[in-house]
Design a protein around this ligand. Structure first.
Ligand code: IPE
Ligand code: IPE
Ligand code: MG
Length: 248
């Protein structure tokens, strides 16, 4: 792996010794990608799943510690049943393949979100993936499934409230760390860089707590068209930013 990347136009550069530790991606634009080609939306999701495979493998190759992807939100259940089914079907296919290849790829996987509404089969696959992952070190890929930032914070609040009632804990002792430790992302550092393809400039309920000081990168490229080079361009933009975290 070269220590430095320069885009063909020479405008973007990446220093591989100064990578963001944690990159998060809102994998958006599958439906529009399919529409542009006169295909059903589900074809866009299939293409998006391929892009995810490519980018997850590349993230490990360049040495990112964490890659978190938004695959299905708490609001995405509003979609037509056939689309939701197709997405769940692609997920099953992906997990079966991943389990098969984990030995070779040695990618660690985790899931953020409430998995209880998923089918028992899918839940079991997620569980198996997680278990196999405990044997591996290195890049961790977090897949956000039935994930919502508000839902995540609400659960943390409930858990703390229950602790106060059950153990008589004084609510004044609750710290930001107590909340962080009760999120799906407990133990994972906050994302340094959040990428949203597809031209939408909003968070859509993604990592609301964790993104307090994340750098955002937006691009019009639709997720199925997102390439390794697009990822490097986002990292290049990130490396040019000055992060102050409220300081000077
Ligand atoms: C993202 O692509 C995939 C999911 C939300 C599951 P979309 O399906 O939202 O694609 P657009 O935004 O309609 O193009
Ligand atoms: C966000 O995309 C969720 C995922 C990519 C999984 P959406 O397509 O659901 O977001 P909105 O509806 O455009 O805000
Ligand atoms: Mg969308």
């Amino acid at each position: 792996m070269p220590l430095f990347w320069k885009s063909p136009q020479g405008t973007d550069t990446v220093d591989f010794d100064a990578l963001p530790r944690h990159v998060a991606i809102i994998m958006d634009g599958n439906g529009r990608w399919a529409k542009q080609r006169g295909l059903p939306r589900t074809a866009g999701h299939a293409a998006g799943a391929e892009t995810f495979r490519t980018i997850a493998t590349y993230a490990k190759e360049i040495g990112l510690d964490y890659l978190t992807v938004y695959a299905f939100s708490t609001e995405n259940w509003k979609r037509p049943a056939n689309e939701v089914e197709a997405i769940m079907g692609l997920l099953k296919k992906y997990l079966l393949e991943a389990i098969d290849q984990m030995e070779r790829d040695r990618v660690k996987m985790a899931f953020f979100g409430d998995l209880t509404p998923l089918t028992p089969e899918l839940r079991e696959l997620c569980q198996r993936t997680r278990e196999i992952s405990t044997h591996y070190e290195g890049c961790q890929v977090n897949i956000c499934l039935n994930y919502g930032g508000r839902d995540e914070i609400t659960r943390a609040a409930r858990s703390l409230a229950a602790e106060c009632v059950r153990e008589g804990r004084d609510p004044d002792t609750i710290t930001e760390e107590d909340i962080s430790n009760r999120l799906f992302s407990a133990g994972v550092p906050d994302p340094d860089l959040i990428i949203r393809p597809s031209g939408e400039i909003r968070t859509s309920n993604f990592l609301l707590w964790q993104s307090a000081y994340s750098e955002y990168y937006f691009t019009d490229v639709l997720w199925p068209d997102f390439t390794k080079e697009e990822l490097l361009k986002a990292i290049s933009a990130y490396q040019k930013r000055s992060r102050r975290f409220g300081g000077v």
